[in-house]
Design a protein around this ligand. Structure first.
Ligand code: ADP
Ligand code: MG
Length: 731
């Protein structure tokens, strides 16, 4: 082998050190030969019950066990530090152990052990497990999790054999204080502490863990290798270890997702099968000039410009158009659809509910003005005869435009030449449904996704990293200010109803929004929250009808009603036959009643910022001043944000900030729960750098063929399946 001659830019360096290694140092470096196959070895469970538990957790192999990451790590306490009543984990040694009979019949004897660490001793009590006397003879080192009781006792909830629990790995360091113990998601039959024991037993297998990240990425980002990261999570030596390990794995996870997004995008662009809509605008231009009763906003003009560029290319458009309700997305979408029509092609708009589809259909017809363009509505409620007629005309191409619901993606629906597909409120569709519309035409139509939820950039990357994004930030004609107030306490509530009645007295209408439909409805398992505190629409309507809103015409609207009933309720509210609509969040999207000027939201703290903003957008749609009343606790920052801001993008950013600061809004609500390790928005910075790397990697080596990218490619296949490239990301 040739001696290295000139100092080279890529001379090997010690990890996280700037100076290059001397030859002797390199020769001394440990060489690892990971054998990943060993990770596939089956996991051996200590007991049949534990085996069941492991299966329930999906842990069948050693590798899977090592990927079962601790939820958090508990700092192990010393015996001396324990305080009565405190839940804690301690690492101790058994000095003596004995069973003690219990007087009450039917109870198995307690086992009491005198256990010590270097700070002191305590009496550990194990319930119902007499066999532990044999299992844990004096001298056994144990990890105990439980609760400290009176007079030096400790009630053990979980226990496992352990030796050098979380101790710093430094030679001979016996310092126990501050040791950190991993805490695992457990299952029936296998406790966190048992998992810890198993992981400890599998520690050697960490040497077989493969490193998918290219060295350049790891070195630049100062990331530990994969095995070290896993080790830091499972066996933290100090309080910061687990987080460093987690961040490393989170980066990898985000990088893989971004690689998938960008590669998929590259593939799609390469398809080049989309209809090229590039002739001079005729119908669409005429429409903009003559049929539209208003001038476009600057945002709409910019969006149309971008979309025009997309449509003129054979690469199928995949663009996300974000803009609050009322920002004029439909106008932009209709323009794109007309662009298809003037090229002799067809266009479809799919909405998630019948109500929305009907509204879109009405809007489209109104916006089309005098233009003679065949347009149909297709929903689940479309009568058989009309449906058959519509399907026939879509297949023949006679129908240029169609607006509908999921009914559009049923197998019987076929197009002659679908060039533009618009998916409204795209997050409300499953991925399969979204792509089903595109698949209606073998030539890959251009797709415009729309959402009324403004998403800050980083989050858009995480969720829609394969889409181009356009935002409509302004509302046409500016914003009609909606006064937003937080209502706390009974007196404020009474005043709120007064205001509501006063508006009704002037002929206006109102919404009352409740978080639940029925009183008994479970609140998705939130602990410590009494459900009776939550207002349910059905009961609230009855209460209001007898109380504060006696004599007013009230009507119920919720998602569990039949579509027909919902439509009727909406229609009578829109017609002014009803004063107050008592509803759940079904009114969130697509309801437009300009005469409604008050909205009262019960348990507003239960809703996220975006949702409240969306709800609030149901009022302030006419010429009258409007008010939104948020019933909730004082000082809730989310509610205050709404009271202070009316710009949806600004609110989305505040939402992000609050979540970064840890104000807990369940991921359920934020829709960002799809990552195993990464935690957004907290990991926004990691996401940005993952995106940068992914872009660089895909640019130079889109198929990940270079030797340094091979393992990354394998990790990608392992994470998403080899066929994932052309499939939508499972959201
Ligand atoms: P979105 O789909 O974003 O909720 P729409 O496209 O339905 O918004 O537009 C909301 C309302 O504003 C519609 O009645 C529409 O006709 C009107 N509108 C759209 N663009 C403009 C504009 N540039 N100027 C005035 N009104 C507009
Ligand atoms: Mg709309």
């Amino acid at each position: 082998m040739a001696e290295p001659c000139a100092p080279c830019a890529f001379a090997p360096r010690a990890f996280a050190r700037a100076d290059s290694l001397a030859r002797e140092e390199m020769l001394l470096a440990p060489v690892r030969w990971p054998r990943p196959r060993r990770l596939a070895e089956p996991l051996r469970a200590p007991t049949p019950k534990a085996a069941e538990g492991l299966r329930a957790l999906g842990l069948n192999s050693v590798g899977e066990l090592l990927e079962h990451l601790p939820r958090d790590s508990r700092e192990a306490r010393t015996v001396a530090e324990l305080r009565v009543g405190e839940q804690a984990t301690v690492a101790v040694e058994v000095r003596s152990i004995a069973a003690r009979s219990v007087r009450r019949r039917g109870m198995r004897p307690l086992v009491e052990a005198w256990v010590v660490d270097e700070t002191g001793g305590m009496r550990a009590v194990f319930f119902n497990q007499p066999w532990l006397v044999e299992k844990y003879p004096p001298g056994t080192r144990l990890v105990l999790h439980g609760k400290a009781g009176e007079r030096g006792s400790f009630g053990v909830a979980h226990h496992a054999v352990g030796c050098d629990v979380g101790m710093a790995q430094g030679a001979g360091e016996q310092e126990q204080s501050g040791a950190v113990v991993a805490h695992y998601p457990a299952a029936e039959g296998v406790s966190s502490t048992q998992l810890l024991t198993l992981v400890r037993g599998a520690r050697g297998a960490l040497a077989d863990v493969v490193e998918p990240l290219p060295a350049a990425v790891r070195a630049t980002e100062s990331l530990p290798d994969r095995a070290s990261a896993l080790s830091a999570l499972h066996f933290p030596g100090g309080p910061d270890d687990a987080e460093a390990g987690r961040a490393r794995l989170a980066f990898e996870e985000l990088l893989l997702t971004q690689l998938l997004f960008l590669r998929r995008r590259a593939r799609r662009r390469a398809l080049e099968g989309a209809p090229v809509l590039d002739t001079l605008p005729s119908l669409s231009a005429r429409w903009l000039e003559r049929a539209l009763p208003f001038a476009l906003t600057a945002g709409q003009r910019a969006a149309i410009g971008e979309i025009a560029g997309d449509l003129a290319s054979p690469c199928p458009m995949q663009r996300l158009l974000m803009g609050e309700v009322g920002s004029g997305k439909t106008v932009v979408a209709l323009w794109a659809m007309l662009r298809a029509v003037e090229h002799g092609c067809q266009a479809a708009l799919m909405a998630p509910t019948e109500t929305l589809a009907e509204q879109h259909f009405a809007t489209v017809q109104r916006l089309l003005g005098g233009e003679q363009i065949a347009c149909a509505l297709l929903t689940g409620s479309t009568r058989a005869k009309r449906r058959a007629d519509t399907l026939g005309k879509l297949a023949s191409g006679e129908l240029a435009l169609v607006v509908g619901t999921h009914a559009l993606i049923e197998p019987e629906v076929g197009f002659r030449s679908l060039a533009v597909a618009v998916v409204d409120e795209q997050h409300r569709f499953g991925v399969r449904q979204r792509t089903a519309l595109e698949d209606k035409d073998p030539a890959h139509p251009h797709v415009l996704h729309m959402t009324a939820t403004p998403i800050p950039r980083t989050l858009a990357l995480a969720e829609h990293g394969d889409l181009d994004v356009t935002a409509l930030r302004e509302l046409p004609g500016g914003r009609r200010p909606i006064k937003t107030r937080i209502v706390t306490g009974e007196r404020a509530r009474a005043r709120a109803y007064e205001l509501l009645r006063e508006q009704l007295g002037r002929g206006r209408q109102a919404y009352v929004v409740c978080p639940l439909v029925e009183e008994a409805e479970s609140g998705a398992g939130e602990a410590g929250r009494s459900e009776s505190d939550l207002r349910a629409a059905t009961a609230e309507l009855e209460r209001l009808a007898k109380g504060e809103l006696k004599g007013r015409r009230l009507l119920l609207l919720h998602g569990q009603m039949r579509p027909r009933e919902k439509q009727e309720a909406m229609a009578s509210f829109a017609a002014g036959d009803v004063d107050v609509l008592v509803a759940t969040t079904v009114i969130e999207v697509g309801v437009d009643v300009p005469n409604a000027t008050v909205m009262l939201v019960e348990n507003a703290e239960r809703f996220g910022i975006a949702q409240l903003h969306q709800l609030r957008g149901r009022v302030g749609r006419g010429e009258h001043a409007s008010t939104c009343l948020l019933v909730g606790p004082p000082g809730a920052r989310r509610l205050r944000a709404l009271a202070e801001h009316d710009d949806g993008f600004r609110l989305a950013e505040i939402d992000l900030e609050l979540r970064q600061e840890g104000e807990l809004v369940g991921t359920r609500q934020s829709g960002l729960g799809q990552f195993r390790v990464a935690d957004l928005p907290a990991d926004a910075a990691l996401l940005e750098s993952a995106r940068r790397w992914a872009r660089a990697i895909v640019k130079d080596d889109p198929e990940l063929r270079a030797p340094e990218h091979r393992l990354l490619g394998e990790a990608l296949d392992a994470a998403f399946g080899a066929g994932a490239l052309l499939e939508p990301i499972p959201a």
